[in-house]
Write a protein that binds this ligand. Sequence first.
Ligand code: F0G
Length: 457
Amino acid sequence: MEIPFAEAWKIKMIEPIKKSTREQREQWLKEAHYNVFQLKAEQVYIDLLTDSGTGAMSQEQWSQMMLGDESYAGATSFYKFESTIKRIFGFDYVIPTHQGRAAENVLFSYLVKEGNVIPGNAHFDTTKGHIESRKAFAIDVTIPEANDTQLELPFKGNVSIELLTKVLEENKGNVPFMVLTITNNTKGGQPVSMQNIKETCALCHKYNVPVVVDSARFAENAYFIKTREEGYQNKTIKEIVREMYAQADAATMSCKKDAIVNMGGFIAMRNKEWFEGCKLFCIPFEGYITYGGLNGRDLNAIAQGLEENTEFDMLETRIKQVEYLAHKLDEYGIPYQRPAGGHAIFVDADRVLDQIPKEEFPGQTLTCELYLEAGIRACEIGYMLADRDPITRENRFNGLDLLRLCIPRRVYTNNHMDVIAAALKNVYDRRHEIKRGVEIVWEAPLMRHFTVQLRKL
Ligand code: F0G
């Protein structure tokens, strides 16, 4: 008999979670204005809001926390962090920041000017926010096939070389860099192939445009290259990562994902001029360049996290759990972005609640229904998150409307996955009874989904 697959770790410390009643959840959700970001964490049973900063650190990471050097400048922790990043990614210069969006803020403060055009394979919302708040334009150049949730492609996060060429050709001299996001979070945690990474870099360089890799889930991307792309089966994750970055010019990283820490980020680059430019923004925004908003202990934990999460077993455990949940949804016939992504399942809310018009936000409605059903907090990655067009101020209804079930690393067991799938099935079975969605009562001008206040129709 073939011995089944099991986790590459065992549990040493637990954190209790609490169930609630439907009546309680109805009250809490109303108080939260039908926005799950406004719920208290203790009102949540299983929290799938994000995989960002919510992972469980290893015993090695916790022991590194005790060894943190908290010197203001030049701490040993910084040098450990810097040398690990240089070795894993192959960059020459490293600046720590307190999280991913802080890395974007520092780098973009230096590089982005009003009117610039920055193409990318579906910029994450903070990335888009940092571009649009500087009156520049973020243009999505993901392959159009990524918008068909039912199409099975191994690298559905890829850049469309055709679309990218068009943007580069039409905006010569006005593109300070391109953002390559691996994995492509917005399109469903979908990976980008090695071939596509290389073609994207070569094309950008032909136009003298540098490539900045948004690296939040770079290790998961490397896992997919190893398991899905011809020629990589026998390479280690670390070898694949080096190859992924060999032609890139810089990286921004949210360490809260694939470095499995609660807080942290960095910018890494090859160009000394960029390094000097970034330093000027790091110091006032983040702090001195050897700590960048982080404690010495955080720098140590990141170095250890990067080391261990670029090992195959750790990634296999993670991605197999996401697949496990996907198989359950297959059993129940619930449509999601296929194939399953690296960090999450993205349920196709438009298809589930197909009687609810776009103007009533099906994804947001499904998010509320899942919470009411079982206290599970997922998150809308759809029309609410898409914000309004900066010029016309119209809602952007042209993308996907998804409910993201985002799985924290090393936190929940497959029993929790069973609970999530069963709760979603219950909502799915009564989907035709859900006839109305939600309406916006108040919204912020940018990144509205965090604070938006809604009314149930
Ligand atoms: N880039 C990507 C691809 C991300 O997914 C995120 C964060 C960031 C940048 C920003 O990093 O949060 O450390 O400032 N994504 C989280 C999510 C919040 O839930 O997907 P950050």
